[in-house]
Design a protein around this ligand. Structure first.
Ligand code: APR
Length: 258
């Protein structure tokens, strides 16, 4: 499945015509980098029910050794892969003023690594760890060292991600809502929109009068309300749209031949 030429052209036109566009990404944004998502066939929560249990606050108390092993594996996996062309297209659209803010559920830091500037990480980041006892924060590479899970204060370290059983940081959620308030276009890339409160953001955008564009391999709960609901690869779709926008950008910048 891939979007038609007409759909790509409509996506480009919506983006060019929107005063402010906000992008909202889920794990589907990083599968083409080699990272698993959660609920697709090969997704993390499908691979083992135990993984979902380990991604919880409870696991720090009840099975900390397995918790450390699970998150060391996730940190090593994202260190072994990198952002793909789709991440770079979004960063370029931000540089050109086509996209204002990127709101992500992802914890891989790939938008920032790809050069994006204004990124709101709703579910935190695997790039840093924090001590449960003293709150001390360190880069997650330290968590990979033999005793790196233990803080010098003796406390348990854990990644700075929002675990099941924990609340999203109010400040980030408020910043996301503020970014959406003035958006004329809300682009959802690779999220099943199953998890609250993140999955309330498309509703907020629609209520604010924004057009909704969705790119996903599968239909989502908001597909019927989208101005454009595209089935296909995020990376290929973003590059196809950039192919149209980029040409227009070049002709706009080209010196007028006299
Ligand atoms: N191109 C387009 N769509 C894709 C691609 C791709 N290359 N790869 C995956 N997808 C789509 C899947 O079809 C699916 O709809 O991305 C979506 C991923 O959905 P989930 O796996 O549920 O991930 P996400 O929506 O980000 O989950 C939200 O749930 O468990 C929590 O904290 C976790 O942040 C995560 C949250």
């Amino acid at each position: 499945m891939k979007p038609t030429t007409g759909e790509i052209a409509e996506f480009a036109s919506l983006l060019r015509g929107a005063g402010r566009a906000v992008v909202f990404t889920g794990a589907g944004m990083s599968t083409e980098s080699g990272l698993p998502d959660f609920r697709s066939a090969g997704g993390l929560w499908k691979a083992s029910h135990g993984f979902e249990e380990l991604a919880s606050r409870n696991a720090i108390e009840t099975s900390y050794a397995e918790f450390v092993e699970f998150y060391r594996w996730r940190i090593q996996t994202l260190n072994a892969h990198e952002p793909h062309a789709g991440h770079r297209v979004l960063a370029e659209w931000q540089r050109r003023g086509l996209v204002a803010t990127i709101i992500t559920q992802n914890v891989d830091g790939y938008h920032t690594t790809a050069g994006a500037a204004r990124v709101l990480e709703l579910h935190g980041t695997l790039r840093h760890v924090r001590c449960e006892n003293c709150g001390g924060e360190r880069p997650s590479d330290e968590f990979l060292r033999v005793d790196g899970f233990c803080c010098p204060c003796g406390g348990k370290r854990r990644p700075m991600v929002v675990l099941f059983g924990e609340m999203l940081p109010d400040a980030v959620l408020a910043a996301a809502a503020k970014a959406i308030e003035t958006a004329q276009l809300f682009i959802v890339l690779g999220s099943s929109l199953q998890v609250s409160p993140a999955n309330s953001l498309p509703e907020l955008a629609l209520v604010g009068g924004a057009n909704l564009v969705i790119v996903d391999r599968e239909p989502t709960p908001f597909s019927s309300r989208a101005s454009l609901d595209l089935r296909g690869s995020i990376g290929e779709t973003l590059q196809a749209v950039e192919g149209l926008l980029g040409c227009a950008e070049q002709s706009r910048q080209a010196p007028v031949s006299v």
